[in-house]
Design a protein around this ligand. Structure first.
Ligand SMILES: NC(=O)c1ccc[n+]([C@@H]2O[C@H](COP(=O)([O-])OP(=O)(O)OC[C@H]3O[C@@H](n4cnc5c(N)ncnc54)[C@H](O)[C@@H]3O)[C@@H](O)[C@H]2O)c1
Ligand SMILES: O=C(O)C(=O)C[C@@H](O)[C@H](O)[C@H](O)COP(=O)(O)O
Ligand SMILES: [Zn+2]
Length: 370
C-alpha cells in the first residue's frame, strides 16, 4: 500500500470513512471534531499508544482521559460497561464530546456499546489494532457484550464517526491473533471476493506478514466488501446476514468454551461446518467446499472440534439472531461468492455436517485459547 492513506466510504445511516494507512495520529486527533473532552478506552497492551493519543489530544486543548479495559473477551461484559458509564459520568463527557476505542474487536464492541448507550448515543471513533478488528469488528456499527444468554445477544447498532486503521499497530500483534483475524478475511473471500482467497493461497506466509504488501491488500479488500454490505443493509434485514457466514456454529462454540477460544478460531471451524451443510444440501460443489479446509489450514487455523459437543452446540445455535419462528437459519454458499440461506434444515443434515469438524480425543489448545 502507498504511503498515502486510502479511504473507504461507508454510506449507511450516517456516512463515515475508514482511513487505512500507516502513522495516522493526525487523522485520529482530527476525528475529535469540536469535542472538548475525550475518553480513550483501550486494551492493556495498548497503554503506550493510548497515552500518545491522550497527549496529542491534550496538545489540541482537549481534556482527554484514558481508561483501561480488561483484555479480550473479559472486556465484553456488563460490569465493564457499567464501570465505563461511571467513568464517563465522572469525566462529564457530553454529546458534543467523543469516545475512542483502541484495541481488538472486544474493545471496539464494548466501547461502541458504551458510546451507544451513554446519553443515548455519543460519537465514537474506532482505532482497531488487530487484523480481525480492522477488517470486521470496527466497521459497520455492530456493538455488543456477551452475557450468560449467549454471545453478542446484548448490543446495538451504533455507527462510528470514523474508523482509523493504522497498519503499523499490526506489527506488535502476536502471530496467533493475525491468524485468528485471517478467518474473517477468508470468510470475506468466500462470500464476496475470491481474489482474497487467491492471494492467501498463493503465499500464506506473505498473507500473514504485517510488514509485507499482501496483508494491506487483504485488509483493504475485506473492508471494501464489509463497507459495501453494511451500506446496503446496516440493520441486517437481509443482505448483511452474509457477513455471518460460519458464525452460527462459531458463536455456539465460543459460548460452550466460555469465550476462551479466539473468535477467529471459532469462525474457522464454523466455516467448515457451513461449507459442509451447503455441500450436503446439494447446493455447494465439492471443490469449493474442500477449498475451505485447504485455505483455512494453510494459515494455521483450526478446523475441528469436540466430537461429543454437537448436542450442546445445537442447543446454543437455537439462540442465534438469524433464527426465525424458532427455526434455525444458516448462511450457506450456492457457489463461490454466491451466499444464500438454508432455512430449517433437516436435523439429520445438521448432524451429518458435524462429522466434517468432529474430532475424537484431545482437543486443540494453545493458539485458539486466550
Ligand atoms: N462488531 C462486529 O461487527 C464484530 C465483527 C467481528 C468480530 N467481532 C468481535 O470481535 C471480538 C474479537 O476481536 P479480536 O480478535 O480483535 O480479539 P481481542 O479484542 O480479544 O484482541 C485479541 C488480543 O490482541 C491484543 N492486541 C490488540 N491489539 C494489539 C496490538 N496492536 N499489539 C499487541 N496485542 C494486541 C489484545 O490485547 C488481546 O489480547 C469478538 O468478541 C467478536 O465477537 C465483532
Ligand atoms: O458485521 C456483521 O454483521 C457480522 O456478522 C460480522 C461478524 O464477523 C461478527 O462476528 C459479528 O459480531 C457477528 O454478529 P452477530 O450479530 O451474529 O453477533
Ligand atoms: Zn465474526
Amino acid at each position: 500500500m502507498s504511503e498515502n492513506p486510502v479511504q473507504v466510504r461507508v454510506d449507511a445511516g450516517s456516512p463515515y470513512d475508514v482511513v487505512i494507512g500507516r502513522g495516522l495520529l493526525d487523522e485520529t486527533v482530527a476525528a475529535a471534531g469540536e469535542a472538548t473532552k475525550a475518553a480513550i478506552f483501550y486494551q492493556p497492551t495498548l497503554a503506550e499508544t493510548a497515552e500518545a493519543l491522550r497527549q496529542a489530544l491534550a496538545d489540541k486543548g482537549i481534556d482527554a482521559h484514558r481508561i483501561e479495559l480488561p483484555d479480550a473477551e473479559a472486556g465484553k461484559d456488563l460490569q465493564v460497561a457499567g464501570f465505563c458509564w461511571e467513568v464517563l459520568g465522572r469525566i462529564g463527557l457530553s454529546r458534543q464530546d467523543v469516545i475512542y476505542s483502541l484495541g481488538g474487536g472486544a474493545a471496539t464492541d464494548v466501547t461502541g456499546f458504551v458510546a451507544a448507550t451513554w446519553m443515548r448515543g455519543v460519537p465514537v471513533v474506532h482505532i482497531p489494532t488487530t487484523l480481525l478488528a480492522m477488517v470486521d469488528a470496527a466497521v459497520g456499527g455492530k456493538t455488543g457484550i456477551n452475557t450468560d444468554a449467549g454471545k453478542n445477544l446484548v448490543g446495538s447498532f451504533h455507527e462510528p464517526r470514523a474508523v482509523i486503521v493504522d497498519l503499523v499497530t499490526l506489527e506488535t500483534v502476536p502471530r496467533n491473533e493475525i491468524v485468528a483475524g485471517m478467518a474473517e478475511v477468508i470468510k470475506t473471500g468466500f462470500i464476496a471476493d475470491p481474489v482474497i482467497l487467491e492471494l492467501v493461497e498463493k503465499d500464506p506466509e506473505a498473507a500473514l506478514d504485517p510488514t509485507g504488501d499482501v496483508l494491506p491488500e487483504l485488509v483493504r479488500r475485506s473492508i471494501e466488501v464489509k463497507a459495501k454490505v453494511v451500506s446496503a443493509d446496516l440493520k441486517e434485514s437481509s443482505l448483511r446476514e452474509i457477513l455471518n457466514y460460519g458464525h452460527t456454529l462459531a458463536h455456539a462454540l465460543e459460548r460452550r468454551e466460555r469465550y476462551r477460544w479466539r473468535h477467529g478460531a471459532a469462525v474457522s471451524v464454523g466455516l467448515i461446518y457451513a461449507a459442509e451443510l451447503g455441500r450436503l444440501a446439494g447446493r455447494l460443489d465439492d471443490e469449493t467446499a474442500d477449498r475451505h479446509r485447504r485455505v483455512l489450514e494453510s494459515v494455521g487455523l483450526p478446523t475441528s472440534y469436540d466430537a461429543d459437543a454437537f448436542g450442546q452446540l445445537l442447543e446454543y445455535m437455537g439462540t442465534d439472531k438469524k433464527n426465525r419462528a424458532g427455526m434455525l437459519r444458516f448462511v450457506v454458499l450456492d457457489g463461490l461468492a454466491r451466499p444464500g440461506r438454508l432455512e430449517a434444515p433437516d436435523p439429520s443434515l445438521l448432524v451429518a455436517a458435524y462429522s466434517a469438524v468432529a474430532k475424537e480425543g484431545p482437543q486443540p489448545s494453545g493458539s485458539v485459547l486466550l
